[in-house]
Design a protein around this ligand. Sequence first.
Ligand SMILES: [Zn+2]
Length: 196
Amino acid sequence: MEKAVHYVTVPEILEARDKIALWQEKLRQEYFGCCVVIFTMNIPGPEKTGQFIHIAFMEGYKAIGDILKQKDISVAFSLIQEECTGYVAFFALKEKAGIIKKYMADLEISHDLGRLFDIDILDKEGRTVSRQDFGYGIRKCILCGNDAKICGRSRAHEVAELKKRVNTIIINYLKNERVSVRSDLNAANRTTIYWI
Ligand SMILES: [Zn+2]
């Protein structure tokens, strides 16, 4: 069943941020010594959920899982939360935050949906590990390629324009990855594959 479109409100966003912060702290305490990963989607505008965004999120979640498996990193805890404010995955990992940051920054760069991924890493003290600490540049805006933070803060682009770009990134990915997406769509009883 396709849910009705939900436009997030500012109080909902603030509440969601508080909730994420609470989870971060809870995980840091319960899995002391682990680093905490918070994976969200970088979706501009008030529509943070929906079929395409969910598929893209799950692709990101799987890609993170694949890396952890490949690198033999022990996952102490993982959880997905689906809120009207967006999808969030939490991981507590038995590995140094700096090492995880490198893998995740590489994923954000190399994955075809990576520009839409927002993967934050907190060390065991709860401090955010920044991209720049590891020699990675700033995140680039999906439209103009400038510093994404500056474009975001100054509202440099129309929401409609950004939304269109997000959809294009996801649709292009789905076209290239047809097989895995089809099985996802079937699993979720979703059948709208309109580019065929
Ligand atoms: Zn821009």
